[in-house]
Design a protein around this ligand. Structure first.
Ligand SMILES: Nc1ncnc2c1ncn2[C@@H]1O[C@H](COP(=O)(O)OP(=O)(O)OP(=O)(O)O)[C@@H](O)[C@H]1O
Length: 243
């Protein structure tokens, strides 16, 4: 996935806000990238524009070889369904469906049948994520950590070009958080799954192999793997700098 001089401007005149200001970045295949920055710096906007949920005001977004910014709504929806997985803080599972049905939902929505190879992959995920015993349960019968594992299985099931995770551990206790972050890291390392995670949490970001820092809509930092302490120090620098 790549962004070339991508801007997203809201409002005009005195109310004009450049939520993204000429951001250029490549997110490499199989990488686990954390997107960090102060509140209001443009992280959600970056994710929404990269995922085609919001339009860039200018610049180019390319996803899985397709020029997202030049597609019509239908083509973009299809690209998003096939090539992007989402994991949110609030899990976003359908309460009336079982874990199994939630995992298969993207295939249903896309009108795609699950072939034998995909079924094998899904079975593997369910087993690896420790969900086998819980697969017929509804979300309300699962713990927060289990619900997030279902959401991760759902995102990984169709092997999308990229998974966007927005504060995926925001609602979890520290043990479940560690499990979920380890899973995301494993998905990138072992399955080559590209993951972009927005987080405020230096511990969460320390699981990533790359850390992007956004401030005032601009990309101001691009680092390899860092410790939680190094990440905290980095962010304090920007909070102070922005004040
Ligand atoms: N629909 C909108 N209309 C006007 N301004 C907006 C809109 N959405 C976002 N903004 C502004 O764009 C800037 C970036 O917002 P964004 O939500 O991307 O930040 P963020 O880094 O995700 O923040 P947080 O960490 O608090 O979630 C902010 O100044 C915000 O007020």
């Amino acid at each position: 996935m790549s962004l070339r001089r991508v801007s997203r401007i809201y409002g005009e005149g005195v109310g004009r806000v450049a939520a993204l200001d000429e951001v250029t970045v490549d997110i490499h295949r199989g990488g686990f990238t954390a997107i960090m920055g102060p509140s209001g710096s443009g992280k959600s906007t970056l994710m929404n524009v990269a995922a085609g949920l919001d339009d860039a005001t200018s610049g180019e977004v390319t996803l899985a070889g397709a020029p997202m910014t030049h597609l019509d709504d239908d083509a973009r929806t299809t690209l998003r369904r096939n090539e992007i997985g989402f994991v949110f803080q609030a899990f976003n599972l359908v309460p009336t469906l079982s874990a199994r049905e939630n995992i298969l939902l993207p295939f249903e929505l896309a009108g795609r049948r699950v072939d034998a190879e995909q079924q094998q992959w899904i079975d593997h995920l369910v087993h690896t994520l420790g969900l086998r015993e819980r697969i017929e349960h509804r979300p309300s019968e699962l713990s927060g950590g289990q619900q997030q594992r279902v959401a991760i299985a759902r995102a990984l099931a169709s092997r999308p070009a990229v998974i966007f995770a927005d504060e995926p551990t925001g609602n979890l206790d520290s043990r479940s958080s560690r499990e979920v972050l380890t899973l995301l890291r494993t998905a990138a390392r072992e399955y080559g799954q590209t993951i972009a995670m927005v987080s405020h949490d230096p511990v969460a970001a320390s699981y990533a192999d790359r850390i992007l820092v956004i401030a005032d809509g601009r990309l101001v930092g691009d680092h390899g793997s860092l410790t939680p302490q190094e990440i905290s120090d980095l962010l304090i620098g920007f909070e102070v700098g922005a004040a």
